[in-house]
Design a protein. Structure first.
Length: 633
């Protein structure tokens, strides 16, 4: 697990050396890799930089940037490929002589021998840059689920890529780039910026399961090596439960490979207790589990986590959020997010990452279970139980639908038009605040991008709709969760692995019938995971609380003066005029307890604080110092 950075120029006149890569750009990713640093350049076209968090093969043989024996091919790589031993055996039969024992060199020679076709053979999490110094080709790629991030900026001068968006912001080529209205509009509605969008024009996040190849002559090619399956289900009932249990067990065993200590997150839900139980079953030694509690309020999962810990037999460490937590952590939360990000569950995620890093260097998490096995029952069930009625008549009067009940919210959707499709309904479930409120606060709010198709679904057949709902969560909401975990954990130099997103588990999940996962009447999801967990423990929770903090209370208390100063006192935010009276009205309604607007208020506060820290002074930051280059005719 590491941080990567690189650049390719589109002109022979763009001569530079590795020493000219700005130390500031490398230092920005120092927390991702505190153990080692490396740089490489061909002196004319391409340069790479790397920060290492040593997990597999701690020797110098695994240092990066890593070159082939002949020096032609170079790799910078962030992540873990868990099936590297099998791939290594194949490459040995093809004549490759390895110098190291870890997975990096396997990734390097797999790309040399198989090209971008190797990507579909990797079972793991990764973001990488791979350069052919003879053909002058740079290949970028990101894992199938988007567990590891990869940003890039494409300009007439060349391409820059990095693990963190603040590295793109600090690069000299971004100085003249303007804020992308499309990206900003998506953030204001969704609370994050989904791939392939990024905040500035000419900057992007590489989409999960995809690759990009660019040459020194500015030829760019895109491709995909993974698509989330829409295949017809073939696993049901007990057969499905057995297949899922076997796949999860294999994934956890596979992801225990490490030359440093491991631990596991432990919540009061289903997914992380299952991972912890499988980890304990596969381990000979002590398993350490880490939990965050919220001091006994309705969000607190620590007592359920403790019950799981006792039955599973793990060493349990608990830390509690207090009333001092928001102000103590606020600067770190803003610093950890290189681009705007509004999911406030990053607070407990950062706290539990800090807690774990005191004892271990690698953690296993339960992320992915909700998305793969229809776990968000409020979202899934409320749509699926109504799909037949919607097919007959999509009108509120004729179906008896209750919009507030359907959306499971009362936080500002009162001026919405009745949705015209299942896709519209799902869009509303993920935006959490109405267009009316947003436009009152931000009169120049950008429109939804015309090429944003995440919620473009007009189907009405239940089975197809169930598959689409899961696809939507996997390629949309899950990527936001994974960005949060990556930012929070890497800020504390902690690697987090995700066994439930192992490719074997994803493949099995794609073949399970949704009716074997979701009991619509009981509002109960993840049935295969529940059956698997029941093999290890008697205790099991039934109420989904989520991993969060009492942001509604924090905004009325310790964060109130911060919000008033950072948001209400300003005239604009990232160039968008701000209607202070409308913001004040929403804030007052929240303070009075009339309505809980914590999500949208934190979304605005987070953006304002992010702008102050990362954006305002970006043109004054240290940058790559290079001569101007032009594309060759």
């Amino acid at each position: 697990m590491c941080g990567i950075l690189g650049q390719i120029t589109f002109s022979d006149r763009g001569c530079f050396t590795a020493e000219e890569i700005s130390p500031r750009l490398i230092d920005l990713m120092a927390r991702r890799g505190p153990d080692d640093e490396g740089v490489w350049s061909d002196g004319r076209h391409c340069a790479f930089a790397f920060r290492r968090l040593s997990i597999l093969d701690l020797s110098d043989s695994a240092r990066q940037p890593m070159l082939t024996h002949d020096g032609r091919f170079v790799l910078v790589y962030n992540g873990e490929v868990y099936n590297f031993r099998e791939l290594r055996s194949e490459l040995v039969h093809e004549g490759v002589k390895f110098r190291s024992t870890g997975d990096t060199e396997v990734v390097l020679y797999a790309l040399v021998h198989w090209g971008h076709r190797a990507l579909s053979r990797f079972n793991g999490m990764f973001a990488l840059g791979f350069y052919d110094s003879v053909e002058k080709h740079l290949l970028l790629a990101r894992d199938h689920a988007g567990i590891k991030p990869l940003y890039y900026m494409l300009t007439p001068r060349g391409l820059v890529f990095a693990s963190q968006y603040d590295q793109i912001l600090a690069h000299g080529w971004s100085r003249e780039s303007q804020v992308s209205p499309a990206a900003l509009g998506l953030y204001l509605r969704l609370g994050y910026i989904p791939a392939p969008y990024a905040l500035l024009q000419d900057t992007y996040m590489l989409e999960p399961g995809s690759w990009l190849q660019v040459s020194g002559e500015n030829r760019v090619r895109h491709g995909r090596f993974f698509e989330f399956s829409f295949s017809e289900p073939s696993l049901r009932g007990e057969e499905a439960f057995e297949a899922v249990d076997a796949a999860v067990s294999s994934a956890v065993r596979r992801q225990l490979v490490s030359d440093v200590p491991l631990g596991t997150f432990l919540s009061g839900g289903i997914d992380s207790p299952l991972v912890a139980a499988k980890m304990r079953a596969a381990s000979n030694g002590t398993v350490r589990a880490f939990t965050i509690g919220t001091s006994g309020d309705h969000l607190d999962e620590s007592s359920d986590a403790a019950a799981y810990a006792r039955e599973i037999g793990v060493e349990h460490v608990v830390e509690h959020v207090t009333s001092d937590t928001p102000l103590q952590m606020l600067d770190d939360v803003v610093a950890a997010c290189g681009e705007p990000f509004a999911d406030y569950s990053i607070f407990p995620t950062m706290l539990v990452s800090w807690l774990a890093r005191q004892q271990v260097k690698v953690m296993l998490s339960g992320d992915g279970g909700d998305e793969l096995f229809w776990g968000y029952f409020d979202r899934f069930a409320s749509v699926l139980e109504k799909v037949d009625g919607f097919a007959q008549s999509p009108s509120r009067q004729n179906t008896g639908w209750d919009l507030q009940r359907l959306l499971k919210t009362s936080t500002g959707h009162e001026d919405l038009r009745w949705p015209g499709s299942i896709g519209d309904i799902y869009r509303l479930k993920h935006t959490r605040v109405s267009e009316g409120w947003l436009k009152r606060m931000l009169p120049d709010l950008p429109e939804w991008p015309s090429d944003f198709t995440l919620f473009s679904y007009t189907g009405l057949e239940p089975d197809r709709t169930a598959q689409w709902l899961r696809w939507n969560e996997f390629v949309g909401y899950l990527t936001m969760i994974l960005l949060k975990v990556d930012r929070a954990s890497m800020y504390h130099s902690l690697e987090v692995r995700v066994p439930l997103l192992d490719k074997e588990v994803v493949d099995v999940a794609a073949r399970v019938d949704w009716r074997s996962c979701l009991d619509v009447q009981r509002r109960l999801g993840k049935l295969p995971l529940r059956h698997s967990l029941a093999r290890h423990v008697r205790h099991q929770t039934w109420t989904k609380r989520g991993f969060t903090v009492p942001m509604d209370v924090w905004l009325k208390g310790p964060l109130r003066p911060v919000f008033e100063e950072a948001v209400i006192e300003r005239e604009e935010i990232l160039g968008l005029p701000l209607n202070k009276a409308a913001v004040r009205a929403m804030f007052d309604r929240h303070l009075s307890g009339q309505v809980n607007y914590d999500w949208v208020l934190w979304m605005l506060l987070s953006l304002a604080l992010w702008e102050q820290r990362h954006f305002t002074a970006r043109r004054l930051s240290s940058t790559l110092t290079q001569p101007e280059t032009q594309i060759q005719p």
